[in-house]
Design a protein around this ligand. Structure first.
Ligand SMILES: [Zn+2]
Length: 178
């Protein structure tokens, strides 16, 4: 049975370290499968759309994301292509509870990563998934979205944010934390 792991929160120093590549030859298959299952369970139970290994205390380059087709584990993800076009979008983070703000990200990206069997995958993403992957790869480099966030200074705007944060139907929408 997959376990729900404790999610570290800012200012835990582990969140600020650069993570190292995962060596699939060194980690036993069963251990990796368990870690991925636990991270997926933790992400889903927390209503997140993504979770990076540093958030559960491991400085390795492993990420879980919740795609429209279900959860996916990305090992050693690299953003190999980025659109010139960027867009602002709202983000939150399971490691920075109750803070939401706007971050400018590339609209489209291509991510390359290894699957748990060690197969190289190329994954094009746009919109929410492109945003989530950029947010998670930042985690692997010790960067949090609050470092890049546009502060909310307008009262009308913050009322709007409060409203959408509390609304149930937006749980898997753009403001789901990761
Ligand atoms: Zn995050």
């Amino acid at each position: 049975m997959a376990k729900v792991l404790r999610i570290l929160t800012d200012p835990d120093p582990i969140l600020r370290q650069k993570s190292v590549d995962l060596d699939l030859k060194k980690i036993p298959k069963k251990e990796l499968a368990e870690l991925i299952a636990d991270m997926t369970e933790t992400m889903l139970k927390a209503d997140g759309v993504g979770l990076a290994a540093p958030q559960i205390g491991k400085n390795i380059r492993l990420v879980s994301i919740n795609t429209a087709d279900g959860p996916l584990a990305l090992i050693n993800p690299k953003i190999v292509k980025k659109s010139l076009l960027k867009e602002w979008g709202e983000e939150g983070c399971l490691s920075v509870p109750e803070v939401f703000g706007e971050v400018r990200r590339h609209k489209k990206i291509t991510c390359s990563y290894l699957d748990p069997a060690g197969k190289a995958i190329t994954y094009p993403a746009e919109g929410l998934m492109a945003r989530v992957i950029q947010h998670e790869v930042d985690h692997l480099d010790g960067v949090l979205f609050i470092d890049k966030m546009r502060p909310i200074t307008n009262i009308e705007e913050s009322r709007y944010y409060n409203k959408i944060i509390k609304s149930d139907e937006t749980k898997r929408a753009k403001n789901s934390p990761c």
